[in-house]
Design a protein around this ligand. Sequence first.
Ligand code: ATP
Ligand code: MG
Length: 433
Amino acid sequence: MRLSHYFLPTLKENPGEAQIVSHRLMLRTGMIFQASSGIYAWLPMGRRVLRKIEQIVREEQDRAGAQEILMPTIQSADLWRESGRYDAYGEEMLRIADRHEREMLYSPTAEELVTDIARKHIKSYRDVPKMMYQIQWKFRDEIRPRFGVMRGREFLMKDCYSFDLDYEGALVSYRKMLEAYIKTFSRMGLTAIPVKADSGAIGGDLSQEFQVLAATGESLIFYDRALDEIVRQGGVVDVDRLMSLYAAEEGLHDPHICKVPQDQLKTARGIEVGHIFYFATKYSDPFKASVVGKNGESITLHMGSYGIGVSRLVGALIEANHDENGIIWPEAVAPFTVGLLNLKPGDGKCDALCEDIYHKLLTQKVEVLYDDRNERAGAKFANMDLIGLPWQIRVGARTLETGKIEIKYRRTGEIQELSLESALNYLKERVGA
Ligand code: ATP
Ligand code: MG
């Protein structure tokens, strides 16, 4: 993509309304546009990042055996009356009437609809286990939308639902999702700690929230240091060991009954990017979602639901990856991998060399944003640092003299001078292109 052609409406000044760094940087880099309170349009660069995140989430859901579906955002109030949530949900639910005065709503989550699908189509014990997920917009009329996409009113969520015969089966599904979540966040270069969640009155003890550590996080969390180590390890996740830590975590909020040794205990602020939850027959009971068992008996389905805040993740990723100059995208979610800077635009030789590099990168399937604009070098450097692409290739007067180009790694600021050929080889190795 040529920057002269790209729609990247960056701002010079820090927008006054943004209180936290991710919101500021998303507005400054022209990733999003506020349409109304808590509702955003995603502009080209923001859309690219959102897509990358979606894709990682999708791949790990598929790998866990979940199947992608797509449910409507607008749903009938009648369905929500069956679970009792039409009244219980309160002011956060956006209620709409159609032209026939039928009550509709914009879905804040989708347990009701997916349970309706299950009761009509999952009939026999042979039809389970099943896991189904969607990546779809949700609406919650949050009382105080804030921090940009972190707490929006309209936001993109991955929501998955599992159906099993009994607790044991549901536990297997739950553990698959737990593992998928650890992989998902670690592929994005994030450390997300699975802390025990308040599961409220229903559902027993199987509920965990994934928290990305950040000073601006809205949740105060307590956890065993060992959890942190497990999620940072990467590779194969030891789910047994991880689950065994929660017994110890019990009572962490009360230092008098805390069983975790003080030197193992960590306290931090976190951004909730995911939530997994087993809730037994909470919805299948009122919906009569049951199957016929081996001996002809009726078995009520056991369900779990598993959410990821896909659009919130964009903010969380920036909170965890930035410096005073701007964003530092982890490679897996970067909008482009390489920024190519022409520092002598208009110079025939420099232009030709840049064109050559641009086309070579495209041929190697490296995603490249080529700054071909007629701008000062200083402005180009600042802009590239601001938008935070992992690699910068700088071509200018020096290149024409020495034949060497500069490669800068945004995360460390390290700059190497290499011949064109070794630079391309180097990138090929580092980005696996
Ligand atoms: P929170 O406690 O932050 O309000 P929640 O417990 O209401 O979240 P869930 O119902 O578990 O959220 O939804 C699944 C995921 O969707 C959350 O883990 C979070 O990442 C994301 N999410 C929830 N509400 C919002 C919102 N208003 N804006 C952006 N993402 C959200
Ligand atoms: Mg939650």
